[in-house]
Design a protein around this ligand. Structure first.
Ligand SMILES: [Zn+2]
Ligand SMILES: [Zn+2]
Length: 278
C-alpha cells in the first residue's frame, strides 16, 4: 500500500542516537517503518573512508540497526584492500556489539563487458556482493547502450547480488532495460543515500529506478554508503526518493534482516544461519 515516508532522525550532540522512520499508511492507518539493515558502508580499509569496522558497528548498534554489510571497494580502486582482505573477513565474528556483520564487497565494474575486479570464486565466499561503476576505475564512455550492456552483464553474473548507485548519470543506463534485467535475474538495485551528495544529477535517475522497481514489483535495497561512522544507517535521501514514488514498504529489504537474507539465499546458495564457534 502506498505510504508517506517521514524521516525522524534525531541527533544528540553530534552523534545520531536513534533512527526511526514512520510510514503513515493512507486510509487512516499508520505503521512504523524502521530501516534496521544498512547494506553499504566503507571503513578505513577502503583507503578514502575514515572509521574502523568497530566504529561503524558501534554507530550501527547505537542507532538500533540489526545488520550491516561492510562493503569495501574492490582492489582495482586506488587505496582499496588487496584481494586477501576479503577472504580474511571470515575472521570477523558474525555479530559484533549485537549487530550482524555481513562480509561484503563493492566490486568495481572494470570494463564494458560487465566484468568485475574479483574472481567469482572469491566472491562466492562473501555474504553480500555489490558491483558498481566508478569513474576512477573505468573511464566513462558516454555511451548509454554500452553502460546498459555492462550493467546487465554484471546483473547476470551469478555471484553479484546488487548494483550500487545504478542512478549515477556519469554512467547513464537505460533504466527500463536494467530494471527488467534485475527482475529477470532476481537481483537488487540500490537506492544510494549518498548519491545526491556525491554523484550530481543522480536524483532524477533514482526516482525513475524506484518507480520502475515499484511497477515491476521488485525489491530494492537502501545503502547509506557511509564513509564515516556518523553516516551509518542514515537513509534520509533514499527515503525521500521512495516516498516520492509511493514505494511499497514490503519491497524495501532493509526493514528486516530476514527479508534481506532470504532474498540473498534465493539468488544463490549460501547460509546466514550457520553458527560459527568462537
Ligand atoms: Zn560506489
Ligand atoms: Zn560505496
Amino acid at each position: 500500500m502506498a505510504g508517506v515516508w517521514t524521516n525522524l532522525v534525531s541527533y544528540t550532540f553530534d552523534f545520531p542516537s536513534a533512527v526511526t522512520y514512520n510510514v503513515s499508511v493512507k486510509e487512516g492507518r499508520s505503521v512504523e517503518l524502521k530501516l534496521i539493515v544498512d547494506t553499504h558502508m566503507h571503513t578505513i580499509a577502503s583507503g578514502h573512508a575514515f572509521s574502523t569496522i568497530l566504529e561503524m558497528v558501534a554507530a550501527a548498534a547505537e542507532k538500533g540497526l540489526e545488520m550491516i554489510a561492510i562493503t569495501e571497494h574492490g582492489p582495482a580502486m586506488e587505496g582499496a584492500p588487496v584481494p586477501m582482505y576479503f577472504s580474511a573477513l571470515s575472521l570477523l565474528p558474525e555479530k559484533i556489539y549485537g549487530v550482524r556483520v555481513l562480509r561484503g564487497i563493492e566490486a568495481n565494474i572494470i570494463d564494458y563487458d560487465g566484468n568485475v575486479d574479483m574472481p567469482n570464486k572469491a566472491l562466492e565466499r562473501l555474504d553480500f556482493v555489490m558491483a558498481g561503476f566508478h569513474d576512477v576505475v573505468l573511464p566513462p564512455c558516454g555511451n548509454v547502450a554500452a553502460n546498459t550492456r555492462a550493467m546487465i552483464a554484471a546483473l547476470a553474473n551469478p555471484m553479484i547480488d546488487a548494483i550500487s548507485h545504478p542512478g549515477n548519470p556519469v554512467f547513464q543506463v537505460d533504466i527500463e532495460s536494467v530494471t527488467a534485467a534485475a527482475k529477470e535475474y532476481g537481483k537488487l538495485l540500490e537506492i544510494n543515500n549518498n548519491s545526491p551528495n556525491v554523484r550530481a544529477g543522480s536524483q532524477r535517475n533514482c526516482h525513475s529506478i524506484a518507480a520502475a522497481c515499484r511497477d515491476l514489483k521488485i525489491p530494492v535495497i537502501c545503502g547509506s554508503d557511509a564513509h564515516f561512522s556518523f553516516d551509518a544507517g542514515v537513509f534520509t535521501n533514499a527515503l525521500k526518493i521512495l516516498e516520492s514514488v509511493d514505494f511499497p514498504e514490503k519491497l524495501v529489504l532493509n526493514t528486516s534482516p530476514k527479508k534481506l537474507t532470504r532474498h540473498l539465499e534465493s539468488i544463490r546458495k549460501r547460509s546466514f544461519t550457520k553458527k560459527k564457534k568462537r
